[in-house]
Design a protein around this ligand. Structure first.
Ligand code: SAH
Ligand code: SF4
Length: 415
């Protein structure tokens, strides 16, 4: 790939191009330096709720109503620079530039799949940690309009070590702040605002210029980073700001029972997805070590309580691992396990994305048979279409690739 029309000096473009070539970032990947990191600690405004921003301004002798104006610039106009906030005084804009930031991260690479329905970014956080986010674009289908779903990370790495998961194999680095979670969604929102995505070959479908859904299915375990995750969801949900409906957001969890119970008490209508991936404790404990702490019986009891408290459906994710958890016998066990939850349970079958671990996805025939058996038990299910394989879209894979290349070559941070 080549860098196209960036308004950058030629020498910088050449340097960036060299890095892209060195790291083998293929297809339409771009390398975009954004905010430079600084030594002075600034307040990341993307991580503040509206009342907190009001408070922050009052502490600096400013009128609280400015907060709403700033919120609109940040989350509706999607600006990245305080100088663009033209209804604020010069002195306030200068103060903001000195003491605050709008997301401190550097985009190390951006890759687009060949069909441009999947885009993936590798972000470098202020302390050098690397995380990934993915944008998935879905054309309109039947009565459903087009969707632009961002898959965001909530941690750098993950502590839970699921054997099929690239992130799980990295180990845990740290929690992301609320601002770091929010910034990922805003990055893609800006991109779509600048160039709306048009579903090719579908006459009559309107280009999509905004984010319609957010799923917390990137790197990390959202409920392990409970407070920052909830704060990020509330910020993105704020009608004064990004204004994305809670029903358009999904929290996916490995199954942290106490946190699921806590979530059921929050007044937030987000969707809950449980990574189940096996219907017996014996098998689940092999692929998901967390099962030894929170076995299936406890997990399903928490899900039942969640359903009782919220009257909302729970999605059970089931990564299909050929020859491991995809047999008809396991399909029957899964059906028996979830049938008591009735219409409140839905299974999402996900053929595994290849990682360095030795798992393969089952063939189409085996997937169909598995799904049919679930239906025999009255358990509704869908299969997740594989996305962006040509850019390693499963969580953690791009980072793994990038870091491993980096070990053999010049470290990326010296770019
Ligand atoms: N930690 C949370 C959310 C991040 S993982 C969780 O585990 O739910 C998001 C989803 O991707 C989970 O369902 C996870 O099991 C799944 N996943 C992990 N590795 C995968 C792989 N190699 N192929 C397909 N899905 C994978
Ligand atoms: Fe962590 Fe989720 Fe991956 Fe398991 S599947 S290791 S919980 S990110």
């Amino acid at each position: 790939m080549t860098l196209s029309t960036w308004p950058l000096p030629r020498s910088l473009v050449l340097k960036i191009q060299t890095i892209i070539d060195e790291y083998g970032l293929s297809m339409s990947s771009t390398f975009i330096p954004t905010t430079e990191t600084t030594s002075k600690k600034k307040t990341d405004l993307l991580g503040l709720t509206l009342p907190e921003l009001q408070q922050w301004l009052v502490e600096r002798g400013e009128a609280p109503f400015r907060a709403r104006q700033i919120y609109q610039w940040l989350f509706q106009r999607l600006v990245t620079d305080f100088s663009a906030m033209t209804n604020l005084s010069h002195s306030l804009r200068e103060k903001l530039a000195e003491e605050a930031s709008i997301g401190l991260m550097i985009v190390r690479s951006e890759q687009h799949s060949k069909d441009d329905r999947t885009r993936k970014i590798l972000l470098q956080l202020e302390d050098g940690k690397l995380i990934e986010s993915v944008l998935m674009l879905y054309p309109p289908l039947g009565e459903n309009s087009a969707r632009a779903t961002v898959c965001v990370s909530t941690q750098a790495g993950c502590a839970y070590g699921c054997t099929f998961c690239a992130t799980g194999q990295m180990g845990f680095d740290r929690h992301l702040s609320a601002g770091e979670i929010v910034a990922q969604a805003l990055y893609f929102a800006r991109e779509l605002r600048a160039v709306p995505w048009a579903a090719q070959g579908l006459p009559g479908s309107a280009p999509i210029g905004h984010i319609t859904n957010i799923v917390l299915m990137g790197m990390g375990e959202p409920l392990h980073n409970y407070d920052n995750t909830l704060r990020a969801l509330r910020i993105l949900n704020s009608p004064d700001g990004f204004n994305l409906g809670a029903r358009h957001m999904t929290v996916s969890t490995v199954g942290l029972v106490p946190a699921i119970r806590k979530l059921s008490q929050e007044q937030l209508q987000v969707n809950l997805a449980i990574s189940l991936h096996a219907p017996t404790d014996e098998l689940r404990s092999k692929t998901m070590p967390v099962n030894r702490k929170y076995p299936i019986e406890d997990l399903l009891a928490a899900c039942q309580d969640y359903i009782t408290a919220t009257r909302r459906q729970v999605t059970f994710e089931y990564v299909l691992l050929a020859g491991v958890n995809d047999t008809p016998a396991y399909a029957h066990k899964l059906g028996e396990l979830l049938a008591p939850l009735k219409q409140f349970a839905h299974v999402n079958c996900i053929p595994v994305n290849a990682t360095s671990a030795d798992y393969r996805p089952p063939g189409g025939e085996a997937i169909r048979a598995f799904r049919d058996i679930l239906l025999q038990h009255g358990v509704s299910n869908t299969v997740r279409a594989e996305r962006g394989d040509d850019i390693a879209a499963a969580c953690g894979q791009l980072r793994t690739r990038f870091v491993e290349r980096g070990k053999r070559q010049t470290p990326a941070t010296q770019a």
